[in-house]
Design a protein around this ligand. Sequence first.
Ligand SMILES: Nc1ncnc2c1ncn2[C@@H]1O[C@H](COP(=O)(O)OP(=O)(O)OP(=O)(O)O)[C@@H](O)[C@H]1O
Length: 878
Amino acid sequence: MPSLWRQLAAALAMRRTLIRRELRSLIAGFLIPVIMISIASLVSTSIVIPSADAMPSFSRPFVNPSALKDVDAVGLVLPKATDAQAAAVTASLKASFAALGKPAMPLMPFASAADFQASLIDFYRGRPNASLVPAAIVVPDAVPTAPDADGKQSIKLAVLVDDVLVTGSRLNDIAPVMEAVADNAKQALLQQTGAVSFNSLFTVFASDKFGYDISSAFVPPFAASAFAQMISIVASAVVEEREAGHRDYLITMGLHPFAYYASIFVINIVIFFINIGASSLVLYLFKIPSFINTNYLNWFLPMLTFSLCCIVLSMCLAFMFRTQASAGAALGFGMSIVVFVPYFFVYFVANDEISTGALYGISAALPTFGLYRAFSEIGLAAQNGTPFTLASLADTGRNPILILSLIFVAQTFLYAYILAALVYRDLTNTKSFVGALVGVTNNWILGRGNGGSATNAVGGSSSEQYIRASTSELFDGTAVAVPAAAAGGGDGSIDAEVVREIQRISDPATANEDIIRMAGVRVEFTKPVSRDRARWWMPGETERFTVLDDLWLAIRKHECFAYLGPNGCGKTTTIKTLIGMVQPIGGHATIGPFSILPRYNTAARAIIGICPQFDTLWGKLTPREHLRFLAAIRGSSSGNANAVEAEIESLIGEVGLMDFADASIESLSGGNKRKVSLASACIGNPSVVFLDEPTTGVDVAIRRSIWNVIEKLKQRTSVILTTHSMEEADALSDRIGIMVNGQLQCVGTPQRLKTVYGCGYKVTVRTRGSPDDVRDWFLGGMDAGAWDVARQVGSTIVFQMTAAGVAGLQAELAAARSDKDKMLVGFERLRRIFAFIESPAGQPELAARLGIVSHEVRETSMSEVFVSFAGLQKGADK
Ligand SMILES: Nc1ncnc2c1ncn2[C@@H]1O[C@H](COP(=O)(O)OP(=O)(O)OP(=O)(O)O)[C@@H](O)[C@H]1O
């Protein structure tokens, strides 16, 4: 196998190709954060008055005003008042304030609200000539120039009060003052206009609107939420890959789990960078004050470090979900809650004030909160006129960005540890999470693990180390007790060849004959308790059931072994055990020189190839790219790029994909996809290839071509073929094993099984004479009672052996000492049958009477042998 880094490079190259091909869907996914930040920016900037666009950052000088005691200037906006009216109102207000003990109160009349705003903004900017503090503005609305028909004038008088002055208990202090202001304004206007009625109202205006940066409150939660959405996007993608079987396929084909997860990490970091860039651009283009006035490293550090921890966290969360749909829905919603609930709590309940300890504590538990607070602190600092600078990063008392970023980095390591444990548990079927943590610590971190561990690859030890360590673990045949029924010469209850196979497996001297050996392998799964036994007070109750029950099986070098059995008998489970995707509860097994049970030595994966039952292909790749990628992760024995290309071309030619080698896999027919899977299994010259129902769902022509490939394949490697096609097994395999109820029921050459387990022969005769004569002649002449008529259609009669006839044949076979003798018994039988049917040829009169046109003698088919075993499967449809 190539080094970890080469595998990582190969996985990255493949992901890059996939991303290029799936750019549209990817952009759609990753646009979400940018869209969210854009919306937040747009809303923020649209709430700020237009003239504030050009404003630099400012600080509010009267954040906590002491009511009117702090008011030393008033702006008057009297847009429609005449000069005389304005002077009257001004004089009246002066009097009003003089009464409050503020005789030097400067009053500044403005011709329009826009004038007033401009002056106000100058004030906020800290311009020296702007001394205005807005406290009250009196705006007479629609000042009539002449009395109405009744001689009366009606004036609406609006008294606007800065909201900062009316917060909390200060309202009571302000109300009488403002009433006085209004009253004096009324009096002044009355004198000037002679109006007899006034409608006066108080309106509280927010001086905020004159430039308060609402983005500093608005953008942080949205930006944090946008980044939090990335968690659900990344996690969904990881779940999708697992759901499609890609992860397991790659790992069983030899990709290091570390390389697999590291490739996801690296690719997502790149995507995050793009995202950080795009989001920053949005904030810049919208001129979000806290962004453009703050040193960029203050933004970048939390965004980057959050991305690191977010990606690893996503990979951990992916383990909670089986399907991409559930992951997307649950995490998308969950992340919004996780961001917004603490945000609302802190902003509204805690009044945006939070102690440093609480800030770091909550951030350590919820990274999304940490990110929100980081953005929020940046916003607050900018709004207060002291935006974070590069130097302020070191001032951790005032600027929490560095500490928050370090918290994210620490979380990245923590989640990486948890991820390692989750992967470890998944790949080794360790029951408890704590056990997995211990396993990770011992095997991967401290390097104390056993060399044969399924997971040592990640520890970085070299392949040689592994092989040495694991070879010593190879079971010597005596490590597992031979089943009682197979002890000695067997007690006759199990197939003689199965007994011989068990004895051979338990003899270490014969180990070199086999590429695969399994001894006493036991696999159990759990399933929901059946309804009739379910207890209502224990919902979701499960029970264990045995799938492989003390399985002994050996595959010889360079043989094609057809592994047959009814649905659910455990064929796929056997293969999954051999490729390390199922962890048995007992037994020993080896593949070549590697021990794979009780602990899976991942070095074995270099010598196996897998064509899974369901195609696990990347639709956007072409067959050639697919094979190249697998070649890169498996490595070529020569390490020569030309040799790899030659191997790929030869495989493409062998499976007949020349015309489709550069078409995307998703455009191929089911049959051609099967061929890609088959070629993929052969990449890297494996010593044994697992073909799990390779011809399922393909037409006759493609089936034939796949058969041809298998024929060639078995000349250079061992093949384990599972299939439901007896014709296929019969045609391709050197030996057949039939598995029922998790145990091998019989094993041997197709001929042996047909001879030993068949139900004799069938003879079909077609006549132009009388079928009755033929029937009487056949049944009278062949062994008495051994034959009967199976069916008669027109002039064709089919004879088959009776139960007594089959029993007689079986007795003869049982008496034969060896398979060879059994074959001879079979041949002798055939010879006798043919001799009898052809005997009329020497008797013209009989031949003329019978008028036999043609005859056919057929042995029991593999299907019939199979059916006789399949019926024994528990729970099988009869
Ligand atoms: N992960 C699992 N958890 C629980 N039960 C499982 C699991 N995998 C397989 N099984 C069950 O184990 C039994 C054997 O399954 P397996 O897939 O090995 O059968 P098979 O012989 O390959 O069947 P088929 O010919 O239909 O592919 C079945 O009853 C199946 O439902």
